[in-house]
Design a protein around this ligand. Sequence first.
Ligand code: HPA
Ligand code: ZN
Length: 335
Amino acid sequence: MSEPVFAAADSPLRLLPKVELHCHVEGAARAATVAELAAKHGVPLGVDDPDDLYTYESLADFLNAFATVCSVFVEPEDFHRLAYEAAEDAATAGTQYREMFFSPGFHLDRSVRFDTMWSGIVAGIADGEADHGVRTRLIMDIDKPKGIGPAMALLEAARVADRDILIGVGGDSTERGVDHHIFEPLIREAKNMGLKTCFHCGEDGPAENIAIMVEAGLDRIDHGTWLLDLPDLVKRVVDEQIPLTSCPSSNVEIGIVESLDSHPFPQQFEAGALVTLNSDDPTFFRFDLADEYERIAATFGYDHEAMIKFRNNAIDAAWLDESDKAALRTEFANG
Ligand code: HPA
Ligand code: ZN
């Protein structure tokens, strides 16, 4: 396998102002921070070097590591630090606006209250914006394997959240053994609450899961790696310009696809899909969004204009109102 590509500090793709729509706040936890917080709370990590946590061969492996990392965040100030450092690292990647997941299912399991994580993350993104200029809005991910009961309970818990900051509801974790039809009421109720909806699907599960969620009214597809397996679905996704938040390097890291050059991203783009590029879990995979742009350009031979097109797709696919999108386009055009 060839050596991974990284974007240098002065690379045009690192300097390109970017928008990211698929990144998990817990997936942006720095190993050093995880180690410090584990020591603070006496949480066993099961490894001597926290960096060793971040190695996997499958989504199941990855989700185990994700749960371990989540277990060190206990108090509001821990969540504050998590969100603040994520913004600091996003600034280094050239990310200026981000719609970011948080996954309460992994924290409520440990009796951390919704308000503890919410207040900490909200304060962290506010300070991150003030100090590093990265604007962040939040998407609450439900943990799909737990089923519809806990998902609906989470949606209830989220009623207290400030709607200028909580803009959507998503679903993550594995698709294996999960009947996606059960989430239809969740999508319906989230929409009733005025929230946008997205779901991880067509990642470690088939394109049929994407079809089920699109039929349920999904606003955005997270991953959608296997979309091309269903031509009728491709037609609908293209006709309706339902965005895909693609994370090609993440798919390689956890063994969803064999190599970056075998990822269907270029074919999805050529089919007319509104594709965007995203890092998913940057510290877990040891690269950031700038590196992802650099890798995609290098692997598929896209020029800078093409990469700007993918960045602009992310503006189009963002859950901002039209005037905010226009302001971002002007800001980015002016450097
Ligand atoms: N897939 C599913 N669940 C996740 C992921 C992912 O890529 N990242 C964090 N939770
Ligand atoms: Zn993800």
